[in-house]
Ligand binder design. Sequence first.
Ligand SMILES: [Zn+2]
Length: 263
Amino acid sequence: MSDNDFWPDGYSCCVQLSFDYDSNSALVRREPLDIVAQSRGRFAPNTAIPRILDLLDRHGIKSTFFTPGWTVDNFTESCEEIVSRGHEMGAHGYLHERLAELSWESERGVFEKSMASFERLGVKPEGFRAPYWLISDRTLDLVVELGFRYDSNFMDDDMPYMLRWRGRDTGLVELPVEWLLDDWPHFETNRMTTKQVYDMWKPEFEGIHELGRYFGLTCHPQCIGRVSRLKMLDKLLGEMEAKGDVWFPTCKELADWTRKKLG
Ligand SMILES: [Zn+2]
């Protein structure tokens, strides 16, 4: 047990497992003519999402799916299933754009298009995570203006905090992230084995648990949804649960709690 009293009663550490449900949005933008690359993105709605939802049910965990508007528009039933099983949806661009490379008008257009997709789904996302964790110097102003309640892009802490930007309180909670705790670079870029990734994530979790801090893990359905990788995640979640004092909130629950404590 740590002496960190930040967390709700009975908990001494927080694990937040979220998914970036990109499907083939980024591939449609980058490689529209590569038919096979497109099919790889479809592994998420076809196969990975049902598996992941069953895994989350087995563990009794509600999660957050940061989803580009394009995924909402093209795999609507899959997104409805995520919502109907009690999970949260967050915004993640429209076509997985690199926001820092867009003009002001284009960036605003991306947000508006993404919000319209969620509106059709009947969901109002409270959280924003930028594709590639890449934001422009205007992004946070838009995030505040459009009524989001939390952001999940910065890498400067391993505890959630109230986000100040350019010397001013934004009113946003920040749920920090880190490439270490992201499945994509390890599995897809560096082609590491499940054992190697487990051997990175497990000691990080043990250390975070000892200190009573926050372990925010970002996974991509089309990456983590492969059988062997999901088994590794299953095992890791079981070991986290066995501690008996780990809180597994959605991002919204964590943001609301952080605002209550620090806001
Ligand atoms: Zn993404």
